[in-house]
Structure formats: C-alpha cells, structure tokens
Design a protein around this ligand. Sequence first.
Ligand code: PLP
Length: 386
Amino acid sequence: MIAPSTAGGAPAAAPALPGLPYVQAISPYQPGKPIEELARELGIPVDTIVKLASNENPAGIPASARAAMLAAVADVNRYPDGSAYALKEVLAQRLAVPADWITIGNGSNDILEMAAAALLAPGRSCVYAQYSFGAYALATQSRGARAIVVDAIDYGHDLPAMAQAIAADTRLVYVANPNNPTGTVLGARALEAFLEAVPADVVVVLDEAYNEYLPPELRYDAIAWVRRFPNLLVSRTFSKAYGLAGLRVGYGVAQAELGGLLNRVRLPFNVTSVAQAAAAAALQDAAYVQKSFEDNRAGLQALSAALTELGLQVIPSFANFILFRVGPAARVYQELLARGVIVRPVAGYGLPEWLRVSVGLPQENARFLAVLPAALAAARAIAAAA
Ligand SMILES: *Cc1c(COP(=O)(O)O)cnc(C)c1O
C-alpha cells in the first residue's frame, strides 16, 4: 500500500508497537488449508476436494448433537451457562468424579492454555517432547517461559528422559497420548512410572485428544491417576472422536485445587450454549463414538497397508491420522493440492520429509491413495531436475 503523502516533509516514522519480545518471536500456528481456499485457488467446486489435514471426524456430526444444537439455538440471545452445569454433570457422572474436578474449555486447546496461564511466566520452564503437539510450544512461548524440549525416541515421547529433564524452575509438563503429529502411543505402566517420578510441585498435563481411538488393549484409567496425583490434569476433546471440531469444546479433569487454578484464568463464557448442549448429547451417544472408533481402525489399516505397499515409511499410528515419509514433502504436498487432496505438511515440527494424512471416509482415503503415486512421481521429477 502507498502511504498518503503528507504536505511537504517525510512521513514521521511509526512508533514501534510495545509487543513483548517473546510474543514477537512466536511463529503463529499453521492450521490445515481450508477446503474453500483450495477450491478458490483451483477454480473447482468445494465438493470435489478431499481434506485429510486436520484429524477431523469424517463421519459428520452425531445426529444426537445436531438435535441438541438446534434446540439450544432458541436461547442464543442469552449468555451461556458460564459454569457449564449440565455438561459438567454428565461428565462427572460418566467419569465418577465431583463436578468441580471438571473444567470446560473452548476446545481442549483452551485447557492447555489455561494450564500455561496459571503456571508459566518468565523465569519458569515447561517440558515437552520433540515432535509433540504444536500448542505446547505456543503456550510456553506466549507466557515467556523457557521450553525444555526433550528428544523423541522412535518419534514418540521418551518419558524417563522427560522426567530427568525437569529443572528447578519447571512448573508444567505436557504429555500427549496418543501424540500428534506422530500417532505414537505410551503404555500405561510407563505413564504411571512417569507420574510417580514427577515432583508434586510440577503439573503434568496428559493430553488425551485421541484417547477414544485407542484399541481396548491399550486403554487405561487416567481418571484413577487424577484421584491419586493432585498435580495431574487430563485433557480431552469433543473435536475428534465426537465429531464436533467446529464447535470448540474440550474438558480438563483435575482435583479441585488444580481445577480451581484453571478456573481463575478461564475466560467468562468461554464455551457457547450451543456447543455445551451438543457436547452433552454427543457424550451420551455411545453408538456414534463406537462406530467412529471402528471406521477409524479400518481406515488406519487401509492407509498404512497402501502407503507401505508404495514403499513409504509409516509410523504405526494409534490416533486418526498417519505420518508417512515421502522425501520432498513440500513438493508432494503441492502436487496433492493440485489434484484436489489436502494433507498436512509437518516441516514446522522438524519433520520436513514427512506428511500427515487424516483418516477420512473410505472413498476419501481411496481418492488420496489414487492420486498419491502421480503426486510422488511429479514431485520427484521436479526434485531431480532441480
Ligand atoms: C486436536 C488436538 C487437540 C485439541 O484440539 P481441540 O479442538 O482444541 O480440542 C489437543 N491435543 C492434540 C494432541 C490434538 O491433536
């Protein structure tokens, strides 16, 4: 843009904005490319694009949640229940904990942020793993705290090393199980041993965004650990297996003292009335979640078999996406986009040779797999010519 000329002399230099240096240093979160954006760029209809980039539930919203939302719409002239009483009651019953152990968030990302707001500041540090969810780095940086990033082991968390890495100024540790973007899983015994090793004045956030996708033999009772460890916060979401990503609802479970800390930094009315109603309905929709689980298992199997067949390295996944290695990932990503398929580049996670693909509907997975060989060939031809 051209600045309007001022009469005569040079325009005065704009005063610098007083942004905090550690905020200035943040690289903003890069979300998956929206379908509408790619449709505009390619000049093709929205419904010809397949988006497998944000680990959303491809099944569409639960019918139970849709009905609850429509009913709740009638009251949107009113503020929501700021204490989310009804949703907390359903959760408290389900988890067999007191309602004041539950904090409702605007997505579980909000819970992760509340923990950082309550516990991190300049002069404090936060421990998390290499290749773990990007929100941990953002939450740490935006509070001016020091990040202690612990090297991954086989692309997953090295829990003993993370316990070792806790410093005198560490107040928070983030652990994702399963992890995003790698899909790796931690065993119950390793997690329990970690919780026992962490000092009582360090809070552990156990991020279970993909918990519902765990196969039965890998499930464990994290809520029993909440009863045992006053420094444990378990976070979960309605964005993935419950199919409500656009509504932004998640929750944290912690004993009342830690929950009370979160509640002090929680924004008033952080979750809409429509979202609260939908989440309460979805939580009771066991059939929807069970079908999501089963469809996801089948999709994971189909994708990982086909990717392996193409000679690509695949990290065995316990979530609803797969990380796979293609070499020139930025180019393969572009070639997939040109063919109407959106996946997720993960160079920002330090994985420049990898892409992450979410499990979609069977026909979406098939479409991705159908265009992938040509995208790989085109990307490799460009790389070879360069
Ligand atoms: C998707 C995701 C979340 C949370 O998403 P919300 O939509 O904010 O609930 C949290 N942690 C991980 C590891 C995720 O992948």
